[in-house]
Ligand binder design. Structure first.
Ligand code: ZN
Length: 394
């Protein structure tokens, strides 16, 4: 990874500190989960930085300034390099029936009434004291769902005046160029159930699957009319029983180039209430629309990929990136810096998970949580830069 990281450029005149040194320092900040440039700054006096970075630790101000001037495509190439190594090592297995999915998800990464920049999105928030303008940034991220892992590939900032799907199409155009054979199907939420998006994806030779939840749509009304009469199958997904209906050939979606298939899953599970320990029945309905024919992917595949998107949002994706890897922290309020720090958080997330999934023996890995391994890395690192000596008794 050293070589692609050294190749990343920034728009700087006669820099005294090389960009690669800043990036190496920020990768370390990410791996230590510090979530703060000033937090990293606290370690500047440690003697081990010079041998680790090939020079002293850059200041918090320099780090922020370099990220604002960084060529984000350079960071994307580093992400691509990590993917290529995993691909060469054959360590990216299919998620279901050998298929890998690309999950697209929008995410609001920061919001403020006070701080803004020329690229901020804005909205009016109604409050008791009157309307206020809120400034915020949103991005769309592309994540691979492969085996039991999520691999973060790329993200794109939503521009003022454009909607999330337009931003996602811009992102997808680049992902298709950079990762043409990395996935078979694109999975997204209900917002993406639009003819222009479905036609775009299928026109580029990929399958597409999205949540169907708008009860007013003709497609939904037609599907509901047929579910009662259609045969159902029963699947088991973990501790959940799924009764599924799977019907294809719907043409009640104006503007779509091909007929669509609709899969409905009524999911029954028993959960124990935390409050009093009593068991409670829960029922959830999920409906997805897709262009994938039944002969290519069975009902179970649609249900598994549909829930895979939800898992990226809640279990291993954004929640982890935001809460554990501090991806939403605004290190510097400028759109290029926000994007660069997000791409860097994605890179660190991938490196960490590649390390625990590839470098540790399965028995050893299973004995501990990811948090334990992150703390081990932190402890080892502080030993390298010399902090262990300063904490040791005299
Ligand atoms: Zn802004």
């Amino acid at each position: 990874m050293e070589r692609p990281l050294s190749a990343v450029r920034a728009d700087r005149k006669d820099p005294r500190i090389p960009t690669a040194r800043v990036l190496r320092a920020l990768v370390v900040m990410g791996l230590l989960r510090l979530g703060s440039l000033n937090g990293l700054d606290q370690t500047r006096r440690e003697g081990g930085w010079k041998s680790l970075l090939g020079g002293g630790l850059p200041s918090a101000r320099t780090n922020g300034r370099v990220m604002d001037a960084l060529d984000c495509d350079g960071l994307r190439h580093v992400l691509r390099d990590v993917y290529s190594r995993r691909k060469r090592n054959k360590s990216l297995p299919g998620f279901f029936a050998g298929w890998i999915a690309l999950i697209l998800d929008g995410h609001e990464c920061c919001a403020s009434f006070l701080r803004s920049c020329p690229d901020c999105l804005t909205r009016t928030v109604r409050a008791a004291k009157g309307d206020r303008i809120q400034y915020y940034h949103r991005l769309v991220a592309a994540t691979l769902l492969c085996g039991s892992e999520r691999m973060l590939l790329d993200c794109e900032m939503q521009r003022p005046g454009e909607d999330e799907v337009a931003c996602a199409i811009r992102l997808l155009e680049r992902v298709l160029r950079q990762y043409p054979r990395a996935f078979q199907v694109v999975v997204a939420d209900g917002l993406y159930l639009r003819a222009d998006f479905f036609n775009f994806v299928t026109g580029r030779g990929k399958e597409v699957l999205a949540v169907l939840k708008d009860e007013q749509r003709d497609l939904m009304k037609d599907a509901r009319g047929l579910f009662d009469r259609a045969p159902q199958t029963v699947l088991r997904r973990g501790r959940t029983d799924c009764r599924c209906w799977d019907i294809e050939g719907f043409t009640s979606w104006p503007g779509l180039d091909a007929p669509v298939r609709v899969v409905r899953s009524m999911e029954h599970s028993t959960v124990r209430r935390q409050r009093d320990g009593r068991k409670e029945e829960s029922v959830a309905e999920w409906i997805w629309a897709t262009n994938i024919p039944q002969r290519r992917l069975p009902t179970e595949g649609i249900v598994r990929f549909g829930h895979g998107r939800w898992a990226v949002e809640n279990e291993g994706g954004f929640n982890d990136l935001v809460n554990v890897w501090h991806a939403d922290h605004v290190y510097k309020h400028a759109t290029n810096a926000i994007l660069a720090f997000w791409l860097l958080a994605m890179l660190v997330f991938n490196l960490f998970h590649a390390f625990i999934n590839r470098n540790l023996k399965p028995v050893r890995r299973a004995a501990h949580t990811a948090k334990y391994w992150a703390e081990r890395i932190t402890a080892d690192f502080y030993q390298v830069i010399g902090r262990a000596q300063c904490l040791a008794p005299p």
